[in-house]
Ligand binder design. Sequence first.
Ligand SMILES: N[C@@H](CCC(=O)N[C@@H](CS)C(=O)NCC(=O)O)C(=O)O
Length: 345
Amino acid sequence: MAQTDRSVQEDQTDAKARRAGGEFVRGVSGFRHAIGDDGFPAEPGRYHLFVALNCPWCHRVTLARSLLGLETSITMDVAFPNRTGDDDPEGPNLWEFAPHRIATLTGATLPECTLETATGRGMRLAKDVYRFEESEEQSLPVLYDKHQKRIVNNESAEIIAMLGHWADDLGGNSQRQPELFRDSPSLQPEIHRLNEQIYVTINNGAYKAGFSSDQVVYEAAFKAYFDTLDDLEHLLASDGRPFLTGDSFTEADLRLFPTLYRHDPVYYVRMKLNGARILDYPNLWRWLCRVYALPGVRDSGSLVHCRQGYFGRSWNRVVPLGPLQPMTYPEAYDHPELADIAKAL
Ligand SMILES: N[C@@H](CCC(=O)N[C@@H](CS)C(=O)NCC(=O)O)C(=O)O
């Protein structure tokens, strides 16, 4: 069996038994074509993304799209943050393109949500896009070819690498983030090491803590999550580097951001990761504010969608209002100095 790249996906060994034992085990994405392969040339205006803004894997992809200046040449549809309920004729837990739906958090529709605009069939569900290719899958993100009306790939780790590699051919501007996906040999080993640690203990680790129904699994995931936050805090503190591998923003930073962006306002409560706030890690907090200030990052995500999505269904649709101290989020991400205040307290 091929060796699992643990920076991309979860090891599936005994997955069935582990799930039965209460462990959350993430499945593997089935569509793994690549731009540049036969039939998928790198052309501006040809590709489309299906995403949900509460999904951290989708956030990787919207970040890469914005940071690489691909907002116009790669179109995008946004699903409603709460998936279908038990009353849906197609069943529960399905991503729906339904801009008319009302968010309980705001009492209004969400302006970012769209209908499905790429297949030419106005499909209601992401599952319908898969079903058109006789697939039972239903996850987001999806990279779609509007010319062939086909799914290219549904693995975020591979989608962001493709957007990085073909940014200029796709009509973007790779010079906006010169070190992003530039494969500089000197940085690659450290980027890969960080990607694997961050995927296993932070990106997927948060779900293992929040979605597992076994205390031992939860506690192991909780410990691994905060051990890695400690490691990263020390890494940044070691020489005051602005980004994880040094002076440049790289893929390792891009992969860490979606989880830390969700930690204080969502995961602290929803994933039971209440060991500390990111605000309690002065260097990680300043890193989070630094990345948030990069051109294209602020608009690549939405905490309204995150809060509505993560609390919408399993929490009786009642969305917690906090945190309010030291200030509301995401406004707090414009204030790197808050870390010093938090430390002084
Ligand atoms: N390995 C995939 C994971 C994608 C994923 O699990 N997405 C979630 C949303 S956060 C999803 O759509 N889950 C629904 C499902 O798989 O049924 C990636 O990174 O793209």
